[in-house]
Design a protein around this ligand. Sequence first.
Ligand SMILES: Cc1cc2nc3c(=O)[nH]c(=O)nc-3n(C[C@H](O)[C@H](O)[C@H](O)COP(=O)(O)O)c2cc1C
Length: 175
Amino acid sequence: MKLLVIYKSKTGFTEKYAKWISDELDCPAVSYEDLKTVNISEYDIIIFGSRIHAGRVDGLSKFKKQLEENDNKKLVVFATGATPAAAKDEIENIWKTTFPTEEQLKTPHFYMQAGLSYEKMGVGDCFIMKALAKFLSEKNSKNSVENGCEQAIRNSYDISSKEYIDPLISYIREK
Ligand SMILES: Cc1cc2nc3c(=O)[nH]c(=O)nc-3n(C[C@H](O)[C@H](O)[C@H](O)COP(=O)(O)O)c2cc1C
């Protein structure tokens, strides 16, 4: 079974997870920008990883369209985010937004907690985060999620850890 990891990463978290996965499964990991350098049709399973961006998996819809041109490719998705893995409801909501139909939800998907890096973030993303921080600080009655979010986005942090690849690795090994 030939496996390929394709990752989209702005601040390095998804790239780090992609490399852990490729090391563990002994398969190549290719950045989405270098997609043209590989022939997807040679692989049986494509593992696509990207960041969560405003509640969605960044670039997944576009990549799925590119994949549709290659029949019989099995897609496995992993997403990295600032949300802690323990926040099950929030992560569940992200998947429901990402895969709005029951059929789509059958795509194997895995969440890996990562963090935030203001140092590596682009100007546009920095602007969005500052606007969110301002909105939350000015909001009078915040619920617990909003309170947690306000604390979490104050500074950069890294809560990534290799163990979060384990469910994906087990899934692939059972195939
Ligand atoms: C503008 C913006 C929006 C984000 N939205 C979310 C989100 O909705 N949920 C989440 O868990 N993380 C969110 N994040 C955090 C990123 O998903 C997280 O930092 C991710 O691991 C970055 O991956 P990368 O380093 O591979 O680019 C957001 C980050 C930015 C800059």
